[in-house]
Design a protein around this ligand. Structure first.
Ligand code: SF4
Length: 398
């Protein structure tokens, strides 16, 4: 990194840290002022635009203002600092600029924002239709490989790692990964059943790990797919995480059957009451042990879901990500190295965590650097000769 870039990054970090130290006592007016300062410190045009939109939303007393205040109030100081330092500053503000400028000039491509890694496919549950069943259960990434891939990712400006699986809390050695990379932000997709009070406390001490707990909706539906008693364990896990001040959220697979339930205001209110700050929606994809075509949402349901999510965003103080209906906002499919890649539990580099049988090239994480993977920068749909597949972010191959 050149001297000028180092100076710019230093100035950005100092300015953004200054914002951070003032956050806990911020009034709505100050939050608006801080978006001005953050905009000045940001070099990326898309980020500037997001900050402008955020400012406008705050001014209009949009629920996102309450969400920001909830996040400030609910997170422990350590979790709040890591969220701002690792995710917002290193992965987004400085990371975006680094990947798009320095790394692009050096490597000839723009690395993705995040890597999704599946360290194991083993799980303590056996949910109906689980995609993890499509992989061999004895697959698992060695600690050294996970550590090396994350280290090399950082050299490429990647500071946001998502662990999928399998159930990540089954692997005790992964705690050492979180501690060894305190500058990285880790998001975990988990069934939540292994998060007790002590686990939540350990996560709070680390500060750089945010669990997203899978649920199908309310108790009856969740237990029907995940096993009796799972919903109660999820609710307990959320209480422990909230008590410890850890950022957490919910991850919901949208099917033809549960669509109404997972976007019902009562369900969203329950999650907010428990302290969740995020919901990820994923439309059901018929892969895995027992794919069921009848569970795939219909086009009309997808459209209706899109409308409901828009209404929820305008009324509820919770961050909502809607895969794949949000493709419109991110310029289409983000897989294939455009914004993310998936490294599965066998060490294969895949364009997308949901496309296990359709890998691009022979990308292998073992023995290679992330920048060596053939999948980078490749649109997986086009790589399969389906040029028309990605339209307005909707992948027709699914
Ligand atoms: S908790 Fe997740 S990984 Fe485990 S069986 Fe259920 S869906 Fe599969």
């Amino acid at each position: 990194m050149g001297v000028i870039n180092r100076v710019i990054n230093y100035t950005q970090r100092r300015g953004l840290r200054e914002i951070m130290t003032r956050l806990p006592s911020s009034s709505p007016e100050n939050l608006v002022r801080m978006t001005h300062l953050a905009e000045i410190l940001t070099r990326n045009h898309d980020d500037k635009e997001i900050l402008r939109q955020m400012r406008e939303a705050f001014r209009q007393n949009h629920p996102s203002l309450q969400l920001a205040r909830n996040a400030i109030a609910r997170l422990s100081p350590n979790c709040r600092d890591r969220l701002v330092n690792n995710l917002m500053i290193s992965a987004l503000v400085i990371g975006n600029s680094m990947r798009e400028n320095e790394i692009y000039q050096r490597e000839g491509f723009t690395p993705p924002l995040l890597m999704v890694i599946s360290p194991t496919m083993r799980c303590n549950l056996n949910c109906y239709g689980c995609y993890a069943g499509g992989y061999r259960q004895d697959f698992g990434l060695p600690f050294e490989l996970i550590d090396r891939v994350i280290t090399e990712g950082k050299e490429l400006g990647i500071y946001f790692i998502t662990f999928s699986g399998g159930e990540i809390f089954i692997r005790e050695d992964i705690w050492e990964i979180y501690a060894k990379h305190p500058d990285v932000y880790f998001q975990l997709y988990t069934n939540g059943t292994l998060i007790d009070r002590e686990t939540a406390q350990r996560l709070a001490e680390l500060g750089n790990v945010a669990p997203m707990i899978s649920t199908e909706g309310m108790e009856q539906r969740t237990d029907a797919r995940r096993g009796a008693g799972t919903f109660k364990r999820i609710m307990q896990a959320m209480e422990h995480l909230a008590e410890a001040g850890v950022l957490f959220g919910a991850s919901c697979t949208e099917t033809r059957d549960n669509m109404e339930e997972i976007c019902a205001p009562e369900f969203i209110d329950l999650l907010i009451d428990k302290g969740a700050l995020v919901i990820w929606y994923f439309q059901y994809i018929p892969i895995g042990r027992t794919p069921v075509m009848e569970l795939v949402p219909t086009p009309a349901q997808r459209d209706e879901f899109r409308r409901r999510v828009r209404d929820l965003r305008n009324t509820k103080p919770i961050f909502i990500g809607d895969f794949w209906n949000d493709g419109y906002y991110v310029g289409g499919c983000i897989a294939g190295g455009r914004q993310y890649i998936h490294i599965n539990a066998n060490g294969d580099v895949e364009p997308c965590a949901c496309r296990l049988s359709r890998r691009v090239g022979r990308g292998r994480a073992r023995g290679r650097r992330p920048s060596d993977t053939p999948g980078r920068g490749v649109d997986p749909c086009r790589a399969q000769g389906a040029d028309q597949a990605v339209r307005r972010g909707i992948c027709a191959l699914r």
